[in-house]
Ligand binder design. Structure first.
Ligand SMILES: NC(=O)c1ccc[n+]([C@@H]2O[C@H](COP(=O)([O-])OP(=O)(O)OC[C@H]3O[C@@H](n4cnc5c(N)ncnc54)[C@H](O)[C@@H]3O)[C@@H](O)[C@H]2O)c1
Length: 434
């Protein structure tokens, strides 16, 4: 990094950007800024991650190590655990986790502690942007007062905005550049500066009137997905009773060119967004004596899905004269969605836990995930051989990674329980679908 220079409340192509939290969101964002020619300082509390970035070794599937290496070599990206170096940058993007507590309340401790750190090193003219998904009000009600403990005044001495990350891990079509970015500042100047900042890396920036609008936009997008997945999951339960293929129904409905968008059933929902974000809104809503019934209903239906899948596997085995207790079940895919390595909140983990509780002998394969920890036990991915498939009493497709050869899986397995519709084009008596 260059030596500190006088602060300017200006965002240009010479802006130095600090990215806090080098995870699924922060690392691709850091790289996008660096590739645009801006100097980037990545900050993380994990020394291992910082070392890997500085060596050009990616730990995120969507980030190419070769590109990372080149960027680091060109001096455009540097990582550090030394948060005091945030003094050196013009703009700070905060991409720390926003998980839930055990009782599914928002866990804002990362945002709060990072705001305290930023406040300690805040400089005149700096722009601070929160990217972490959270409930409407976080930027203004939680962050702003902490940042002003620095003695600097928001909107006068420093600038503050919320701009939600919309990254779609594993997507071949959408990336940081071609995904429009919503930006809402605490005042016009903050919105203008944040818009300028993201214009360097995003084709289309969408300024909105406040951080609250931007915060609500992000949770609404994820609630929308959550509710629609719940709707199709519920339809799946009905279709099973009526002996109608829900997969055929969805494919047929998807031919309608307007007013319909396909969502697919599955063993539940996973990842760091869809299962968590709705609770951020539901929790905040209670402050206004408001109960978000769609969110509660969707959570109820979606969280029931792994239990439903187990009951269907039990039925499928029963109808073949087999008991789940003592049976060998091979689960395919533990990542929460296709072609990613992220297991956070993955319904496969719940599925494995529930099947084990019923006495099944469960193993798994996932080409992206070497090992997982479930109920205090470490499980390692087994090799997906024809022998492994044939020796299982049931092969449960939990994640439909595109590298799986579903035709071969269906041919070799005694029974396939397909929760993703991956085999819907195949005709094989051994296949049972959700
Ligand atoms: N993963 C996604 O697909 C996705 C998509 C859109 C939005 N988001 C949101 O983005 C935010 C970040 O998610 P993520 O998936 O990148 O999380 P992540 O766990 O992959 O990365 C977070 C990083 O922050 C670091 N960190 C934690 N506390 C820190 C601190 N005090 N200072 C510096 N670094 C710290 C962690 O070490 C980690 O490297 C969350 O709010 C999430 O909801 C995630």
């Amino acid at each position: 990094m260059r030596k500190a220079r006088p602060r300017q409340p200006k965002i240009t192509d010479k802006t130095r950007v600090g990215i806090i939290g080098l995870g699924y969101v922060g690392l691709p964002l850091a790289l996008a800024f660096a590739k645009a020619g801006l100097e980037v300082l990545g900050v993380d509390i994990q020394q291992r991650r910082v070392d890997r970035v500085n060596k050009g070794q990616s730990y995120i599937a969507d980030v190419d190590s070769k590109v990372l290496t080149e960027t680091v070599r060109e001096g455009l990206l540097e990582a550090t655990t030394d948060q005091s170096r945030l003094k050196e940058v013009d703009a700070i993007c905060i991409c720390v986790p926003t998980p839930l507590t055990k009782t599914k309340d928002p866990e804002l401790s990362y945002v709060i502690s990072e705001s305290e750190v930023v406040s300690r090193y805040l400089q005149k003219g700096q722009l601070v942007v929160l990217e972490s998904t959270t409930y409407p009000g976080t930027t203004r009600e939680v962050m702003l007062p902490i940042l002003e403990r620095s003695g600097l005044k928001a909107g006068r001495d420093f600038y503050l905005a919320f701009s939600p990350e919309r990254i779609d891990p594993g997507s071949k079509n959408y990336n940081v550049r071609n995904t429009p970015k919503v930006v809402g500042g605490i005042d016009l100047k903050s919105t203008e500066l944040a818009t300028l900042l993201y214009s360097q890396i995003v084709e289309k920036v969408v300024p909105v009137s406040s951080p609250e609008v931007a915060e609500m936009t992000k949770v609404f997008e994820n609630v929308f997905r959550n509710v629609n997945i719940a709707l199709v999951n519920e339809l799946t339960l009905l279709c099973e009773k009526m002996k109608i293929s829900v997969w055929e129904v969805i494919d047929a409905a998807a031919t309608k060119p307007f007013g319909y968008m396909p969502f697919y059933p599955g063993p539940g929902i996973g990842g760091h967004c869809i299962p968590l974000d709705p609770y951020y809104l539901a929790n905040k809503a209670r402050e206004f004596d408001f109960h978000t019934r769609f969110i509660e209903l969707a959570a109820d239906i979606n969280e029931h899905m792994p239990y439903y899948v187990v009951s269907r596997i039990l039925d499928a085995m029963n109808s073949r004269g087999k008991s789940l207790h003592g049976a060998r079940v091979l689960v395919l895919g533990v990542a929460y969605k296709r072609d990613v390595e992220d297991v956070r909140e993955s319904p496969s983990l719940k599925l494995i836990e529930l099947l084990s509780e019923k006495g099944a002998n469960v193993s798994y394969n996932d080409p992206y995930v070497e090992s997982v920890r479930i109920s205090q036990k470490n499980l390692r991915s087994v090799e997906l051989t024809d022998e492994e498939l044939a020796s299982a009493d049931c092969v449960a497709i939990a994640t439909d990674h595109s590298c799986y050869d579903f035709r071969n899986i269906a041919q070799k397995a005694n029974l396939v329980f397909d929760t993703r519709g991956a085999t819907r084009k195949l005709r094989n008596k051994n296949i049972v679908r959700l």
